[in-house]
Design a protein around this ligand. Structure first.
Ligand code: B1M
Length: 207
């Protein structure tokens, strides 16, 4: 049943995902097992396929939508069972930048990997990131920028987070962003794509 569920998710068959989650629940399978060995395992496979250019953005978006539908069915039960998220990640596209497709992908993959996501959207001011970290006791801040003119805002956010006395790791990504740039602005980490973003958050929270 779990491999059927993984297969449905990898192929973006949203209705099948919901039906198979329900079938597993009806069969008495624990919610954590459906989540970890069904939905999350499939998203991890998808992340590897995406990284290896075996699937592309449209497939990832469709699979992510199916993942959302499956998660929506499990969420009330997970809350009831008291399964804690792996950590809280505040994510947003920096001020002045309206590109949000890559940021959404990163958020979806992180959600799929078991993190609670506080998605601030696009065109987010530095003080909004700081406030969200405080309000949600975030473990990581993830920033996206697609314009060379807005990349500089990432430094403003890193500086604002540190000026607020917070040691929360800040990771950065987006087409024009490089690991060199991340180092220069004293960001804690860098991820070139969504799958690496998940790996980077795992690394930071387990090291
Ligand atoms: Co704009 N745009 N755009 N645009 N746009 C680019 C980025 C551009 C490269 C196009 C070009 O000229 N060739 C160019 C930037 C040039 C530069 O700065 N060097 C550009 C420009 C100039 C502009 C405007 C200024 C155009 C104008 O108005 N004259 C304007 C700016 C508006 C603004 O933001 N203030 C503008 C507007 C737009 C649209 C609104 C029309 C639309 C955005 C719609 C939306 O996002 N809702 C748009 C689009 C779609 C693009 C392109 C075509 C596609 C971007 C995209 O979604 N890629 C883009 C050209 C291109 O990239 N080929 C372009 C797919 C997405 C999945 O990839 O976002 O890179 P990406 O995310 C990747 C990784 O980067 C990484 O993971 C993702 C998945 O692997 N990643 C992270 C991203 N964020 C991360 C965060 C992390 C980790 C990894 O956290 C740690």
């Amino acid at each position: 049943m779990l491999s059927e569920l993984q297969d449905a998710l990898l192929n973006g068959r949203r209705d099948d995902v919901v039906a198979l989650v329900q079938k597993a629940l009806d069969a008495g399978m624990p919610t954590a097992r459906i989540l970890n060995e069904g939905l999350i395992a499939a998203m991890e496979k998808l992340g590897v396929q995406f990284k290896n250019n075996e699937v592309f953005i449209p497939e990832v978006l469709v699979a992510a939508r199916a993942m959302h539908a499956g998660l929506a069915r499990l969420e009330p039960l997970l809350v009831r069972d008291g399964i804690e998220p792996k950590g809280v990640v505040v994510i947003g596209t920096v001020k002045g930048d309206l590109h949000d497709i890559g940021k959404n992908l990163v958020a979806m993959m992180l959600r799929g990997a078991g993190y609670k996501i506080v998605d601030l959207g696009a065109d987010v001011a530095p003080e909004t990131f700081v406030q969200a970290v405080k309000d949600h006791n975030a473990h990581v801040v993830a920033l996206s920028a697609l314009l060379t003119t807005t990349m500089v805002q990432m430094k403003t956010v890193v500086d604002a987070v540190r000026a607020a006395g917070l040691s929360t790791p800040v990771i950065v990504g987006g087409a024009p962003v490089t690991s060199d740039f991340a180092r220069k602005i004293a960001a804690t980490g860098y991820a070139p794509d969504a799958a690496s973003g998940v790996e980077e958050v795992h690394r930071l929270l387990t090291s």
